[in-house]
Ligand binder design. Structure first.
Ligand code: DSN
Length: 411
């Protein structure tokens, strides 16, 4: 008898196949990534690092981990890579614990302006409770104000500045962040979880020349398994020769036990795929699709935070449409368009009932969709939010559209 769990997974497969996956942090991993993830490597404990393990039987796990590390070093041109963090939050935690003592100061983008919980969100996260967190915000125009960041940094003298976003649709100026960090003597951490694929594709400025440390998840625009990496740049190593060691120690044994070598193998597969020309083309198309979607929505009277997008996502301020973000996201889901409700900068509504939605194109682009499909999707979004009763009809149209764009490896 088939375990019930596989029936549920089959239903989830159908859901992913028949809907438009537009949450910007989601994507479709290749069959090869999934094969590595579901491989026998998951049976192995491997505390430590290649060549320095605590348990026997590491002949092949060492090869797997070394391959993932060497592919990442080559792809990003960095000095040192740790591929063991279980995901993005533990990766950021490891960086903080490597560099800071309790109550030392970090400075990141406010959550409501597009930062992340781990960038210092106060009171309820380790990053805001254990460390002294000061944040910077986006301006009324929705843009990061670098002069403002510089003046806060000069006043607050943080030990670590975080340049990273989860719902910001413009290019992050890592060069300017680097100047600010240098000026105040802070470490610069670039959290590129959302934009890593765009950086590889050359359609977003790379932080490598400017940051000391880079963290990224591996399952968003990189299309790998759910995991993360911490990279130490040549600049970072020049500044602090002990940096790589501090990072490795903070990951293991500081925060984690045995690394998930099956995940690390899948990261290596994803990095191999990302090194190909085809991936660069994919990254370019992600940006073209987002730009077209934002333009079309704006043409239909939607207010895009900051006026548009340079990357893979956009946040739509729905206040002029007189509909809340959560209600809008639920309506869109009825039509097979899956987005997430999202705060707009300085939102007066709470995070569970925010004023906007966040949309992205990485997953749709993996399915082969291009600008023409973005025009159609924008029209559907407009119709559904104005006439909720049309959701069922549009769901049928969505199902027809996606038939032409199968999930790669899942025909
Ligand atoms: N949850 C992720 C996102 O959706 O952006 C951030 O970690």
């Amino acid at each position: 008898m088939v375990d019930e769990i596989f029936r549920i997974i089959e239903k989830e497969t159908v859901r992913q196949r028949e809907t438009l996956m537009m949450i910007p942090s989601e994507n479709y991993a290749s069959r090869k990534v999934l094969e590595a993830l579901g491989s026998i490597l998951q049976n192995k404990y491997a505390e430590g690092y290649p060549g320095r393990r605590y348990y026997q039987g590491q002949k092949f796990t060492d090869k797997v981990e070394n391959l993932a590390i060497s592919r990442a070093k080559k792809l990003f041109n960095v000095a040192h890579v740790n591929v063991q963090p279980y995901s993005g939050s533990p990766a950021n935690a490891a960086v903080y614990f490597a560099l800071l003592d309790r109550n030392e100061k970090i400075m990141g983008l406010d959550l409501s302006c597009g930062g992340h919980l781990t960038h210092g969100y106060p009171k309820i996260t380790f990053s805001g409770k254990y460390f002294n967190s000061v944040s910077y915000q986006t301006g009324k125009n929705g843009l990061i104000d670098y002069d403002e960041i510089e003046s806060i940094a000069l006043k607050e003298k943080p030990k670590l500045i975080i340049a990273g976003t989860t719902s910001y649709s413009r290019i992050v100026d890592f060069a300017r962040f680097g100047q600010i960090a240098n000026k105040v003597g802070a470490y610069l951490l670039a959290d590129i979880a959302h934009i890593v694929g765009l950086i590889i594709a050359g359609v977003h400025l790379s932080p490598v020349p400017y940051a000391d440390i880079i963290t990224t998840t591996t399952h968003k625009s990189l299309r790998g398994p759910r995991g993360a990496m911490i990279m130490v740049t040549k600049k970072g190593l020049k500044k602090d020769q002990g940096l790589s060691k501090k990072i490795d120690r903070a990951v293991f044994p500081g925060l984690q036990g045995g690394p998930h070598e099956n995940v690390i193998a899948a990261i290596a597969v994803a990095l191999g795929e990302a090194g190909k020309e085809k991936f660069k083309k994919y990254g370019r198309q992600v940006v073209k699709n987002a730009s077209r979607l934002a333009d079309e929505l704006a043409g239909l009277g939607f207010e895009i935070v900051s006026g548009g997008t340079d990357n893979h996502l956009m946040v739509v301020d729905l206040r002029n449409k007189r509909i809340g973000g959560k209600v809008a996201a639920e309506l869109l889901e009825k039509a097979g368009i899956v987005v997430n409700a999202n705060s707009i900068p300085h939102d007066s509504n709470p995070p569970l009932a925010p004023s906007g939605i966040r949309l992205g194109t990485p997953a749709l682009t993996t399915r082969g969709m291009e600008e023409k499909e973005m025009v159609q999707i924008a029209k559907w979004i407009d119709i559904i939010l104005a006439n909720p009763h049309q959701a069922v009809q549009i769901k049928k149209a969505v199902k027809e559209l996606v038939k032409n764009f199968p999930i790669p490896d899942f025909p």
